[in-house]
Design a protein around this ligand. Structure first.
Ligand SMILES: [Zn+2]
Length: 297
């Protein structure tokens, strides 16, 4: 069936020739609405409508989730850094839609998950951020995540206060938001596994009153596992720790001792949205057909 008219919404469009799109040399079908006599094409209905360099979408996405800096992507693809930054915003929007569809398409609710946080920073180490991640213990897929600012702790706490003033701890509100939003996709009698963070038990009980919550002592990290994989033989939090190690390894700005840093928390949010979609559909083998959730363009 021909697409509906974007102007008047009527479904009476007829084919009306083709044109060759100069930007990527593709032949595009045009349509004419019989009701309002205006023209549109199959490109009008695509999420990449009016984009200039559609070919870059796929390439930027593949690179940004493979530990490549935005500057290097721009250099390798022969485009401006600004173009890469804009593509990331677009890809993140698409990834959020696809992730929501992926959650909806799960045949059963998640009934065994692990929950933990990873620490990074925006602009300066004196301004830390916390990234909470929920992962499935069966498939290691990432169910959801959230980002929030937290105050600096330890030796740098005093310097942070002197330079940037009081920094409120927004991590609890963020964790509650993530737990609440993921509720439709998680079973009521879910088993949560986490470390012994003081607030987790109360937060989880608030949203999942029938859940079973198991807390384990934290174990010291090993250098090869990006500080997330642990030194002992058996780690009860392996699934979440392995997922966090993958985040640190595949997202350039989350690596330890990197000079590639997050400048704004929002852009970290965008890149993580792109990453978790890629993680769930490409990196982790899934029973569903991956192509269904792939990007257009
Ligand atoms: Zn029309």
């Amino acid at each position: 069936m021909n697409p509906h008219c974007p102007r008047c919404g009527a479904g009476c469009s007829v084919k009306y020739g083709r044109y060759l799109r100069a930007e990527d040399a593709q032949s595009i079908q045009r349509y004419r609405c019989k009701a309002c006599k205006t023209c549109h094409s199959s490109a009008t209905h695509s999420p990449t409508y009016r984009q200039k360099r559609r070919r870059l979408n796929r390439l930027v996405r593949a690179d940004i989730v493979s530990s490549t800096s935005q500057r290097r992507i721009a250099l390798n693809q022969g485009c401006a850094r600004k173009t890469v930054a804009r593509k990331i915003i677009f890809l993140a929007e698409q990834a959020r839609i696809k992730h929501a569809q992926w959650l909806e398409s799960q045949q059963e609710l998640f009934n065994n998950v692990q929950w933990d946080e990873l620490e990074t920073f925006e602009h300066s180490r004196l301004k830390p951020l916390s990234v909470a991640v929920m992962c499935c213990t069966k498939t290691r897929s990432i169910v959801g995540f959230g980002i929030a600012q937290i105050p600096a702790s330890g030796k740098i706490a005093k310097r942070s206060r002197e330079k940037y003033g009081h920094r409120a701890d927004r991590s609890s509100a963020m964790r509650r938001k993530v737990l609440r939003e993921l509720k439709p996709y998680v079973a009521a009698d879910v088993t949560f596994t986490s470390d012994q963070h003081k607030r987790y038990a109360k937060e989880i009980k608030t949203f999942y009153p029938e859940s079973i919550h198991i807390q384990h002592e934290s174990i010291r990290g090993s250098l090869t596992g990006q500080g997330e994989l642990k030194r002992t033989g058996f780690d009860p939090l392996f699934w979440i720790n392995h997922t966090l190690a993958m985040l640190r390894d595949n997202v350039k700005r989350l690596a330890r001792k990197t000079w590639c840093t997050t400048k704004k928390a929002d852009s970290l949010n965008d890149i993580l949205a792109i990453y978790i979609h890629y993680h769930n559909t490409k990196l982790i083998p899934q029973p569903t057909k991956n192509a269904k959730f792939d990007f257009e363009g």
